[in-house]
Write a protein that binds this ligand. Structure first.
Ligand code: IFG
Length: 538
């Protein structure tokens, strides 16, 4: 009877409205006053309008989603899972059970949001309905992170015959300023397990990140199985800084991580760092080596001593195999070739290398990304340069039409110590206390860099000094939470006094997720249950 999607969609919406009408009739709850504008949301939404009542999340709530737009039902299921984890409440998703539903959360696909930003969403929270409008499933996913942050830790047990969690009512209109909002994990200096990486991805998703850059190879280790060059992991995967066992991701495990991130609308950007930072590859296959020495396992932390032989055809055949195999597992449009600190590669050899590898990356359907040094070469405007230490090269790339990812080391490097007493991290770029990580303007950081050249912001976490989740979290949190706001919220709404209050209120989530965040004394942490665990040294 109902053939077209539109008809199905209309029917579905009618059913939902009927349910809401039924729910409206039932309302007898006299909700207490609330203030949506006071909710400690991070990233701060663009517009919040409080209506000072509440939605009563309870056992008679159900989640409905658009079903004719792909990905929306999965977002509803994800929300139900997180509500279960958080307050142990079971909610149906798109169920046609005839139990008495009194309130609904409707995750709705619409093309009439009034903005083209694919991650935009609008939340309308009323007494008996929450309507989340989004153009894409990614936008809906960002919106449910806001909804998650609005669910209180404790229920109100006096308003109705069953516990009710009061979500402050009102309207939220929101969208990100930066298209690319990323964090990087260096899994080469120290290897991190699939479970440790997944936990980091979970935390990034909660704060609306949409990119996870994995630094998969370096002098001390090669971390991704390449079937056509098996020694890369059989040999190169068995070492790490400090002489530990290292490790690597099989292609199945890498695909599992990519899928896990994709469920959270986060894309994984793979990096194979070259021509420098390549000792582990050259130790695995000496034929690749270009520094004239006999390569051996390296477990120290020096940089700049290694290079591929940039004039050997075999090296480019190798790179073609590596890029081909990884590109086949990686839905992201980006492939990161590194390009940093190639101190023993002659400049003209480096330029020759970057230009050749760019062609290989494009051949495999990807856009090349590289650290800012790649701007020495004639790179394609589609190639992205990642600023870390050379603003002049970022400007050069931008003038050439390339987009820039902002990762200035002195502002965004998560492996920088908070201060001289910090347990982990380095300080070659700067000490970065929590307020310094927040109090700067990414868009104005590089004088002369046009706003339209900025693709976004990324916070890299190098792992010379860390090797497990607790140490990772000590460095990454809470600073990564601030970068989430800098990358999402309009700059005229960045405000340290407001942010630090909202940050202080993140402790219920951070404690629930067992995050070993650094309890900076700059923050008046709410119910500071977390005591920084002295981590037994391995
Ligand atoms: N610079 C190196 C990293 C790492 C880092 C530690 C880049 C692009 C210093 N390259 O940052 O490999 O060693 O803070």
């Amino acid at each position: 009877m109902f053939k077209s999607d539109a008809a199905k969609g209309l029917l579905f919406f009618t059913v939902v409205l009927f349910l809401v009408a039924c729910a409206e009739r039932k309302k007898k709850v006299n909700y207490p006053k609330t203030d949506l504008a006071e909710a400690p949301l991070i990233p701060r939404p663009v517009k919040v309008i409080a209506t000072n009542s509440a939605f009563g999340l309870d056992a008679k709530t159900a989640i409905y989603t658009s079903q004719t737009s792909n990905g929306f039902e999965e977002v509803g299921v994800f929300l139900a899972q997180k509500i279960k984890n958080h307050i142990d409440l079971d909610l149906y998703v798109n169920s046609n059970e005839n139990e008495t539903i009194e309130r609904i959360i409707f995750i709705n696909q619409t093309d009439t949001l009034g903005t083209d930003n694919p991650e935009a969403y609008q939340l309308y929270i009323k007494n008996d309905s929450i309507l989340l409008n989004a153009k894409t499933a990614a936008g809906a996913f960002r919106g449910i992170q806001t909804l998650r942050q609005l669910i209180p830790e404790t229920s109100n047990d006096t308003l109705a015959e069953r516990p009710m969690w009061l979500i402050p009512s009102g309207k939220i209109v929101d969208e990100p300023i930066f298209e690319y909002r990323g964090a990087m994990l260096d899994v080469a200096r120290h290897f991190f397990t699939v479970a440790e990486v997944k936990k980091f991805i979970d935390l990034l998703a909660y704060y609306k990140y949409n990119a996870f850059h994995m630094h998969l190879s370096d002098d001390q280790g090669w971390r991704i199985e390449i079937k056509s060059w098996p020694k890369l992991t059989e040999v190169g995967g068995q070492t790490e800084v400090g002489g530990g066992p290292g490790g690597f991701y099989t292609q199945e495990e890498f695909k599992e991580l990519v899928g896990y991130a994709a469920e959270r609308h986060i894309e994984v950007i793979p990096e194979i760092d070259m021509p420098g930072h390549t000792n582990a590859a050259s130790f695995s296959y000496p034929i690749l080596n270009g520094n004239g020495k006999k390569p051996s396992a390296y477990t120290g932390t020096h940089v700049g001593f290694s290079t591929f032989d940039t004039r050997k055809d075999t090296v480019y055949a190798f790179i073609d195999d590596v890029v081909r195999e990884i590109a086949a597992m990686s839905p992201s449009p980006y492939f990161h070739i590194g390009g940093d600190e190639s101190h023993v590669t002659k400049k003209n050899d480096y330029i020759h290398f970057v230009e050749k590898v760019e062609k290989i990356v494009k051949k495999h359907g990807k856009r090349m990304v590289g650290w800012n040094e790649i701007a020495q070469a004639k790179i394609d405007p589609s190639t992205v340069a990642q600023l870390w230490n050379e603003p002049h090269n970022a400007l050069k790339a931008a003038k050439n039409g390339s987009k820039i990812i902002l990762s200035p080391a002195a502002k965004t490097y998560l492996d920088m110590q908070y201060d001289s007493l910090s347990e982990y991290g380095l300080h070659w770029a700067a000490y970065i206390p929590v307020d310094s990580a927040y109090n700067w303007s990414p868009a104005a950081h590089v004088e002369g860099l046009p706003k339209e050249s900025i693709l976004g912001l990324e916070a890299p976490l190098w792992s010379e000094t860390i090797s497990n989740s607790a140490e990772l979290e000590y460095l990454a949190f809470p600073r990564a939470i601030g970068y989430a706001e800098l990358a999402w919220t309009p700059e005229n709404q960045h405000d340290w006094e407001s942010y630090k209050e909202r940050l202080a209120q993140q402790t219920p989530y951070l404690d629930r997720m067992d995050v070993n965040y650094y309890p900076s004394k700059l923050i008046d942490w709410k119910e500071h249950k977390h005591t920084y665990k002295e981590i037994e040294r391995d």
